[in-house]
Design a protein around this ligand. Structure first.
Ligand SMILES: [Zn+2]
Length: 390
């Protein structure tokens, strides 16, 4: 299904959109899908175009008329979808004092725009210095992002809904999704979930590395599960439609969150523990549980989560992808690079502009369909599952 979405979208814009500028350069930047070359369309098509047409006009449509069904707006083409970047907190560090349009960090709007209509999740994270004032600081970060996005509203919009994502893609705009990394921002008040939801935040992790009012981050080494306030917050998030992110929580907290969740959830930036045994990575059991509940996992580029050697490279990423696929998580895998969340990049990466090379590497190793799925299709399907329940 995933691949069909992307491929049929590409053909849509070729057929009926006036400018093929909307058919943006795709992850690689160098046109991986030539117009006439979409051979795999037949394989799974019955999962896509056919089924939803079952609204009334069942039997009377026989063969012929192979025209596109046109029952829904064209499926969007996303340059990529990435579930985690720390660019906001990096930009605000006094020694960086950067804007978000053009900077020396890993991500800025200009480089995102190279991908046409990507989706970038921007995290709001409080360093130790701001834990005591986390609510105010998170609001300041939101103010900053809003004002940066407003200055460049011709190329970027904050997406609040699935429809926003789809519209931005059709308009060839960047979608920004806001997430909170660590529930410290709530300062112990469940009403602040509503506050941040109303300010546009759509994803939140209960903890970062440390302990907070909600639970225990993985770095605490705690075997305790999430706290009552964490459960209360999770319930409110689900009511509102704020996606749970389980990256960084300790394992006992993960399993509590898994049990309590009634909607699919994400691990925005985590790899496989089996390949790289680090407590930020997911065990096979955790990955299988996420597959069972329709979740999504973002591959993270932080070298320590890719390898135990000093330097990570593209092959390490391929090894993690292979393991995910072997566990049956190939359709639950996307990007969560953690760009601007660490210093030295894996070899071959410099910044978000390197995602094109990653797409090429994934294509080389797993084929173009898998590449499209990992670069954007799987994440889009996750949002559809989460917001439309399908
Ligand atoms: Zn993180």
């Amino acid at each position: 299904m995933i691949f069909i979405l992307v491929l049929s979208a590409a053909s849509c814009s070729a057929d009926d959109a006036p400018a093929d500028a909307t058919n943006n350069p795709n992850p690689g930047g160098d046109t991986p899908s030539p117009p006439g070359n979409e051979p795999d369309k037949g394989n799974e098509t019955d999962t896509e175009p056919g089924n939803a047409a079952g609204n009334g006009e069942a039997g009377d449509k026989e063969p012929e008329e192979v025209e596109p069904p046109q029952k829904q707006p064209p499926t969007p083409v996303f340059g990529f979808i990435d579930a985690h970047a720390d660019t906001i907190s990096q930009a605000l560090l006094p020694h960086n004092n950067a804007n978000l349009y053009r900077n020396e960090l890993h991500v800025d709007f200009l480089r995102l725009k190279e991908y046409g209509a990507p989706v970038q999740v921007f995290a709001l994270w409080c360093s130790d210095a701001y834990v005591d004032t986390a609510f105010d600081h998170t609001n300041r970060m939101l103010d900053f992002f809003e004002s940066e996005a407003a200055k460049h509203s011709d190329i970027i919009e904050i997406a609040l809904t699935l429809e926003d994502l789809e519209r931005n893609a059709r308009n060839n705009k960047i979608s920004a999704i806001l997430s909170i990394e660590g529930g410290e921002a709530l300062m112990g008040d469940v009403e602040n979930v509503d506050h941040f939801y109303n300010r546009g935040v759509r994803i939140m992790s209960l903890t970062w590395n440390r302990e907070n009012e909600l639970g225990y981050g993985q770095a605490t080494g705690s075997k305790e599960g999430i706290k009552p306030f964490g459960a209360e917050v999770l319930a409110r998030m689900e009511e509102l439609g704020m996606i749970l992110d389980v990256s960084h929580i300790n394992e006992a907290g993960f399993w509590d969150a898994h049990r309590l969740s009634t909607r699919p959830y994400m691990a925005s930036h985590s790899n496989t523990y089996a390949i790289t045994p680090h407590d930020r990575n997911l065990t096979n059991d955790q990955i299988r549980a996420m597959v069972d509940s329709g979740g999504i996992i973002g591959l993270v580029l932080y070298p320590q989560l890719l390898t135990q050697r000093d330097n990570a490279n593209m092959n390490d990423i391929v090894a993690h992808i292979s393991h995910f696929i072997n566990l049956g998580a190939g359709a639950n895998l996307g990007l969560g690079g953690d760009l601007d969340g660490f210093g030295t990049m894996p070899q071959g990466f410099t910044c978000v502009s390197s995602y094109g090379f990653l797409a090429e590497k994934i294509t080389e190793s797993f084929g173009e369909e898998a590449s499209l799925s990992i670069m954007s299709g799987n994440f889009y399907d996750f949002f559809v599952r989460y917001y439309r329940g399908i």
